[in-house]
Design a binder for this molecule. Sequence first.
Ligand code: ASN
Ligand code: ZN
Ligand code: CA
Length: 331
Amino acid sequence: FEAIDTGTGTSQYSGTVPLGTTAASGGYDLTDGGRGGHKTYDLNGGTTGTGTLFHDADDVWGDGTVNNRQTAAVDAAYGAAVTWDFYKAAFNRNGIAGDGKAAYSRVHYGNAYVNAFWNDSCFCMTYGDGANNADPLTSLDVAGHEMSHGLTAATAGLKYSRESGGLNEATSDIFGTSVEFFANNSADAGDYLIGEKIDINGDGTPLRYMDKPSKDGASADYWSRTVGRLDVHYSSGVANHFFYLLSEGSGAKTVNGVSYNSPTYDGSTVTGIGRDKAAQIWYKALTTYFTSSTDYAGARTGTLQAAADLYGSGSAEYKAVAAAWTAVNVK
Ligand code: ASN
Ligand code: ZN
Ligand code: CA
């Protein structure tokens, strides 16, 4: 039995947030007993092992700046918690593997490390502190992205190369963004941008754009026979664009104050069905129809089967899935 407490954290990216903590040794450990016992560790510049479990005397964590080493832990723990809650609320899924067991998170990996990653062998997420150790890669959408690599590994197992690798990456962007919308956090509103808070380019621009992926200068907006040669973070653009079109439709649109303008390959118009239904279709396809070798053609077939299962083969949702794939040149 672990006593479950609720601490308060001041995050860097998401304002003041509740934290699941556990009373221990006259204070509190950053162990979320309500979500499988997820733990957040301080690597303190190391690159192996688990370092030190975060512990605090008064259950008030971080100060919103990198000067306080708990701050990155607040963001990481919050991201893991919201992602856990999203899987449960949206899909009735108990954790990454569906068995109620938590992953764990490690922050302050290496020195000025500008990345974050999921590792299936430790079943854990790891975050660097970013350039000059000033912009930890612990934003909510990035945490949701990394944790969703665990979901993909536990389900479809999409191979991390060629078109299946692009679908693997897109699945993490799709659910990372879904987590951000689900959180409904006024300090960190949902958007179809990935990494807009971590200043990874040094000029305030996001890492990726789902409405028009080529805005990053490298990602594909549309399928072509050579798209699988791209890095998986760029071939993902086709599916990210599909998900945006399926959710919001083509053309100009403003959501939570962010303006988008999503083009189509053939000049067609796509009418969106909303991101909640789009996420249901993607999840059903990922967990039922996708396999390790699914490519873009297979993703079209699998999501159409999922839409037929969920809404019927004559439904508006089914037709929208077909239209959105056609709009990204997956026919
Ligand atoms: N942050 C990257 C990702 O999750 C790390 C990687 O390239 N695998 O995709
Ligand atoms: Zn990824
Ligand atoms: Ca975002």
